[in-house]
Design a protein around this ligand. Structure first.
Ligand SMILES: [Zn+2]
Length: 196
């Protein structure tokens, strides 16, 4: 394309990158159904090479976070056969759901390197994980009084003023959602039972 268009290689790479990220964000959105409806089960708890079942599909991951990483989804996955294997996208929605479950069950930390999950794509995945936590009210059962006080003291005003940077960087979510969560924590600290 560069040979025939008045566009630099760099510009062209940027365009391709936007397209690729859009495609990956689509896979993350598609994984929500399986993950939020609890159709994901970790079959082998190995930090490097876990096996995860996603709605009847078996996702086998090898060397997670490493250079020689690979993963396999099964024959029934059209995404994997026609897109991942042909190289038009690096992962299918089942891989995204598997990673979401591994993060949710703390087998994998979002701070570690996770293949193909970075930047905007990782943020989108973490938002899905956070939604599940909110749905299950995990925040309410696991109370961390000192941690909550610290968060309220340092970030509450910024979050209330819809500071998107702090919300995304520290809480991996939209300020509106973080605000709701922090208010809930504040009430819990005062010993009120709140209904989110
Ligand atoms: Zn798949």
């Amino acid at each position: 394309m560069v040979d025939n268009l008045e566009i630099s290689l760099e510009e062209l790479k940027d365009i391709c990158n936007v397209y690729l990220i859009d495609k990956l964000l689509g896979k993350i959105r598609d994984c929500r159904d399986h993950f939020l409806n609890k159709r994901v089960t970790i079959r082998c708890r190995d930090k490097i090479s876990p096996i995860v079942e996603v709605g009847g599909h078996r996702v086998i991951i090898n060397n997670l976070g490493k250079e020689d990483f690979s993963y396999m989804c099964d024959d029934k996955c059209a995404d994997y056969l026609y897109q991942v294997k042909r190289g038009s996208t690096p992962f299918c929605k089942h891989y995204a759901a598997a990673i979401a479950q591994l993060i949710y069950e703390k087998e994998v930390s979002p701070k570690d390197k996770i293949n193909y999950m970075e930047g905007q794509v990782l943020e989108e995945l973490l938002a899905v994980v956070n939604q599940r936590k909110r749905d299950e009210g995990e925040e309410i059962t696991h109370r961390d009084i000192e941690g909550d006080l610290e968060k309220l003291n340092t970030d509450f005003l910024d979050i209330a003023r819809q500071n998107r940077t702090i919300a995304r960087e520290k809480y991996h979510d939209e300020p509106e959602n973080v605000f709701e969560d922090l208010v809930n924590r504040a009430f819990l600290l005062l010993d009120f039972d709140t209904i989110p």
